[in-house]
Design a protein around this ligand. Structure first.
Ligand SMILES: [Zn+2]
Length: 407
């Protein structure tokens, strides 16, 4: 089977996850893909491949060298909730010439290098794109194709490799990937580090992500007939507006990039008697992140003092942490990836993730897990496309990485 055929088979499965079903995995399509992947793993020689009760797929390959190191390779089976993943109509475009790609004439949808400049680096490559009505699912079925492609070649050609654990997780897109992850399986096989193949460009290595928290601000007002309200009424909506104006006005998603953190007002619900504000707080820097959370409490205290009563209550909850500080204590995990890219003539670039990644929580469970590229672009929408030329290079990078670990 060619790598293109393999990928096209994966995206026939509608594996869109759903945050509202309350089942594990959240949707049935993911189980169907899981079963299919187990058969495929068995076909390429991993007889022990299995699915656990949560729909996670695992497989283990023993080292064919003296090394006892175990490396995890992880990708996710689900696709984003933001865009449909049903009846995907992929189009394979060979030898891309650098011009506009017409996705859909009726919908007037064009994938253009003007809007998406990364296309300019794709001239001569084989691309797969959508018909503009669904996403493509390269996020993260390209990651699955890379892992299976690399392992198939390693087994077939008896290339040197350490112990390998393969894991395909459900529900990454709804933040549930690490929840039922079998950390004991990793411990049993003495696995201390892994790589998620869930990024974009193949030269990118991600080992930094946001520290994340949510803050719910509840403001109680005092409602009195407006005609006789002087000195008595407290309009909680106005206090909420006051709260918001006391936050740094330039620290919002629309005005920040790179390592810059933000307060994002997600939702506001209110009347005179009660108003709630829902924020998410994000920062790569742990100290600044803690200061952001402190500021929320300071504003609360200030307003309660100003109005001489406990109008404002705050509930701050941490969501996930930046894995940077832990990964940097185990630099060899990055070194393997850097060397593997360089040996394949790819200059590595370190890009901080402005979001979370399954690897962050897995890292905090003692399996150090940076993220590598999987050759897709424009994830989570109909402009998503996959660079097959780069995907093939990434298979070589993974094979090289596994070899380096044995050296
Ligand atoms: Zn992904």
């Amino acid at each position: 089977m060619t790598i293109i055929e393999r990928f096209l088979n994966y995206i026939k499965f509608d594996t869109q996850s759903n945050p509202y079903t309350k089942t594990t995995p959240s949707t049935k399509g993911q189980l169907e893909l899981a079963k299919y992947l187990i058969e495929e793993l068995k076909q390429i020689g991993i007889a022990n491949a299995y699915m656990d009760q949560f729909g996670y797929v695992y497989g283990y390959i023993e080292s064919n060298t003296p090394t006892t190191i175990t490396v995890g390779l992880i990708a996710h089976m689900d696709t984003s909730y933001d865009s449909s993943g049903k009846n995907i109509m992929p189009i394979v475009l060979e030898n891309y010439d650098g011009t506009d790609i017409l996705l859909n004439k009726d919908l007037k949808m064009i994938l253009s290098p003007i809007e998406f400049p990364s296309l300019k680096q794709k001239i001569g490559h084989t691309l797969i794109h959508t018909d503009g009505t669904t996403l493509l699912g390269a996020d993260d079925k390209a990651g699955i194709a890379i892992i299976i492609g690399a392992v198939e070649k390693i087994l077939k050609e008896k290339l040197p490799h350490p112990n390998i654990i393969i894991t395909f997780t459900p529900d990454e897109e709804i933040g549930e990937g690490p929840k039922n992850f079998d950390y004991n399986y990793y411990k049993k096989h003495n696995c201390q580090f892994a790589y998620t193949l869930d990024g974009g460009k193949i030269d990118e290595i991600n080992f930094e992500n946001f520290n994340a928290a949510s803050a719910t601000i509840t403001i109680k007002g005092k409602s009195i007939h407006p005609g006789s309200a002087k000195g008595k009424m407290i309009n909680s909506i106005l206090v909420a507006m006051e709260f918001q104006t006391m936050l740094p006005q330039n620290q919002i998603p629309a005005l920040t990039e790179g390592y810059e953190g933000f307060f994002h007002l997600n939702r506001i619900k209110g009347g005179v008697e009660q108003t709630t504000l829902e924020y998410i707080i994000r920062n790569h820097n742990r100290d600044l992140f803690e200061k952001q959370k402190e500021l929320i409490l300071e504003i609360k205290n200030y307003l309660n003092k100003k109005y001489r009563q406990d109008l404002v209550t705050v509930n701050v909850e941490d969501s996930y942490r930046n894995m940077r500080e832990i990964i940097l204590q185990h630099p060899e995990v990055l070194e393997y990836a850097i060397k593997a890219l360089k040996r394949n003539n790819i200059e590595p670039v370190f890009v901080p993730i402005r979001g979370g990644t399954d690897g962050a929580e897995i890292t905090y469970h003692g399996i150090y897990t940076p993220n590598l590229g999987s050759a897709g672009e424009n994830f989570h929408g109909p402009f998503e496309y996959l660079d097959i030329t780069d995907l093939n290079k990434m298979i070589d990078v993974v094979i090289t990485l596994l070899k380096i670990v044995t050296e």
